[in-house]
Write a protein that binds this ligand. Structure first.
Ligand code: ZN
Length: 416
């Protein structure tokens, strides 16, 4: 199915963006800052050390990325694969005096990185896990190896067969990440959660899985709309940080961002869908928060704010919001009406606003659609079937269609 969708994958988007960035790095340093989704190795905090029974590898990364670990033989080496990591600072000094005799890092292919540690003796992977810091979103990967015999090592060595991983890796930027046609409306569909973050769970149903299924169905439907190109922020069960979702959307020139979620409320029989936009009273706080972040080149597409102070950044973001805020509100209104018309049940107060991270983009309108409550038996049963999700897909498509016409009619007025 993925093959039929044009330019659809977050992975492909990331790969493509990276390929462009790497190619354009020397000429346009400002462009590189735009991609804040790149994980960086914190070399100072990271460590490779001998333990009594073997070796421990502790790596700190600026954010969570998909990763895997395996052993290879002849020569014996530990392989760590990651989504693109900036390895600057990784130094052979890191392994001095340990049972690792060599350290190499680099790009595996566009968008993917590898670290290789040569091993002085046969060892087995006893423990491997990545933890995310609740406070700053940084990730710590710990791999613990224990000495073993040559025969066991040889039996355990080899690149693993992992269909999910192959799927991720196969999403090569060279294959099918065609940019949207120039005048197309770019709709970025954001299936909430994924990977280590399953979202709401109830009665054996997981929000992350459900939103991925819905995301695919919606992308397929949107793709059939003339003049509209859909992108997905993820097309597998992988974790994508919230800010990276916006960065990915920006990289493909999003005209509209739709985040898909489902709710769960214990003990309450809430039911139906709601549409969220950024709360008016939260806009100042959101703007301030973003302005304080380091990666200002990433705040508003086409504007490099990295040399600006907070006040300038805030003014430029407020200006951008003058257009995108009302446009997002108009889409949210259209969506509520269209969902109702398509037969998707709504909550008693379906139009809501709140300070949500995925709604904080200043340069494109964003809405968050809560499709229903997994804690409600009826909602859960309905949302678990393709047929039950159909009214939601139809409602979103109808809303995009009406909204696009309305925005096109408003555009000439704005330029006056
Ligand atoms: Zn959610």
């Amino acid at each position: 199915m993925a093959g039929r969708l044009r330019a659809l994958s977050a992975v492909r988007i990331a790969c493509q963006a990276l390929a462009i960035l790497v190619a354009g790095l020397a000429a346009q340093p400002a462009v590189a800052q735009q991609f804040s989704g790149l994980a960086r190795l914190d070399a100072a905090a990271s460590e490779v050390r001998d333990i009594r029974a073997g070796l421990e590898v502790e790596l700190y990364l600026s954010q969570v990325v998909p990763w895997r670990v395996f052993l290879l033989d002849d020569p014996r080496r530990l392989v760590l694969d990651f989504r693109e990591v900036d390895w600057r600072g990784a130094d052979p000094e890191m392994i001095a005096g340990t049972r690792a005799t060599g350290l190499r890092t680099g790009a595996l292919r566009p968008g993917w990185s590898r670290m290789i540690l040569d091993l002085a003796e046969p060892m087995r992977v006893d423990e491997a896990g990545m933890r995310v810091s609740e406070t700053d979103g940084t990730a710590r990967l710990l791999v613990r190896l224990t000495r073993t015999d040559a025969e066991s090592y040889a039996a355990a060595a080899g690149a693993p067969h992992d269909p999910d991983w192959d799927f991720l890796m196969a999403a090569d930027p060279g294959q099918g990440a065609a940019p949207a046609p120039e005048d197309d409306l770019v709709v970025v569909i954001d299936p909430g959660h994924g990977g280590i973050d399953p979202g709401a769970q109830h009665g054996g149903v997981t929000e992350a899985d459900l939103m991925l299924a819905l995301g695919y169905e919606l992308a397929n439907a949107v793709e059939r709309m003339p003049g509209v190109t859909p992108y997905l922020t993820r097309e597998a069960d992988i974790f994508v940080p919230l800010q990276e979702r916006l960065t990915l959307a920006r990289a493909v020139g999003a005209d509209l961002f739709i985040s898909l979620h489902a709710d769960a409320l214990e003990g309450l029989q809430a039911t139906g869908a709601s549409v969220y936009t950024l709360a008016e009273e939260a806009i100042d706080e959101a703007t301030q928060r973003i302005a304080e972040r380091h990666d200002r080149g990433d705040i508003v597409a086409g504007l490099d704010l990295s040399g600006q102070d907070d006040e300038v950044a805030k003014i430029l973001m407020d200006l951008a919001r003058l257009e995108t805020g009302p446009a997002g509100d108009r889409f949210a209104e259209a969506l509520v009406v269209a969902l109702d018309e398509s037969g998707a049940p709504l909550t008693s107060r379906p139009r809501r606003s709140e300070l949500l991270a995925v709604l904080t983009s200043a340069d494109f309108p964003a809405v968050l659609l809560e499709v229903g409550f997994l804690s409600h038996d009826g909602d859960r049963a309905r949302l678990s079937s393709r047929e039950g999700r159909r009214p939601i897909v139809e409602g979103v498509v109808l809303a995009i269609d009406r909204w696009a016409i309305e925005e096109a009619a408003l555009a000439p007025l704005r330029r006056q």
